[in-house]
Design a protein around this ligand. Structure first.
Ligand SMILES: Cc1cc2nc3c(=O)[nH]c(=O)nc-3n(C[C@H](O)[C@H](O)[C@H](O)COP(=O)(O)O)c2cc1C
Length: 177
């Protein structure tokens, strides 16, 4: 059986489009018979920055649930929103609270970027790729750039055929990665 994929919705913004895109990925994995689970950063505790990091790492039970999933998982999709030309700060804080190096060493990751503007989080994905590589993870080359996302998603469905083509291709590639 193909191993479970964890999909990280990489922002804690309420009503984030990132979560909608994460659900699209989950449907695509399901259609191919692959189990997946969404890790939604909106579910982090409100005091995560102070209760989940550094000397407190591993002490917050709610955060430990996230840490455990990232430790046991071997394949991840990171849904990356473009915030100020890069990825959301909460995503970096999330990474900083994980066990190093076991959370990422020799694991396999796929990235998808989304933005309100025209860049499709291309720089954000590039920045995030550097971090994953530093932590020992391999990143799939196929990285869909979902620019102007607001105009291409409706009722949780991506309406842009080209975007869906890239997503389907990437999902298959991650399964085989
Ligand atoms: C703090 C913040 C910064 C943002 N910066 C950018 C940006 O630099 N470029 C851009 O195209 N969109 C930017 N956006 C818009 C997001 O890309 C847009 O909300 C998109 O839907 C993905 O983010 P979401 O998952 O939070 O919805 C920003 C949004 C927030 C909340």
């Amino acid at each position: 059986m193909t191993e479970k994929v964890y999909i990280i919705s990489g922002t804690n913004r309420q009503q984030a489009v990132s979560l909608q895109v994460s659900k699209v990925y989950q449907q695509e994995f399901e259609a191919l018979g692959v189990d997946s689970e969404i890790i939604d950063l909106q579910q982090l505790p409100a005091d995560y920055l102070f209760s989940g990091l550094y000397e407190n790492a591993g002490k917050n039970e709610l955060v430990n649930g996230f840490r455990e999933k990232m430790k046991v998982g071997h394949k991840f999709v990171f849904v990356i929103a473009e915030y100020n030309g890069s990825f959301p700060g909460v995503l970096k804080a999330f990474i900083d609270g994980l066990e190093f190096p076991d959370s990422f060493m020799n694991k396999k990751c796929a990235l998808v970027g989304l933005s309100a503007g025209i860049q499709g989080a291309v720089l954000a994905m590039s920045h995030f790729t550097d971090i994953l590589n530093y932590c020992g993870a391999h990143v799939l080359a196929e990285k869909p750039k979902l620019a102007s996302i607001g105009g291409h998603i409706q009722d949780g469905e991506i309406t842009n055929e080209r975007y869906m083509k890239h997503i389907k291709k990437q999902v298959k590639q991650l399964i085989e990665f």
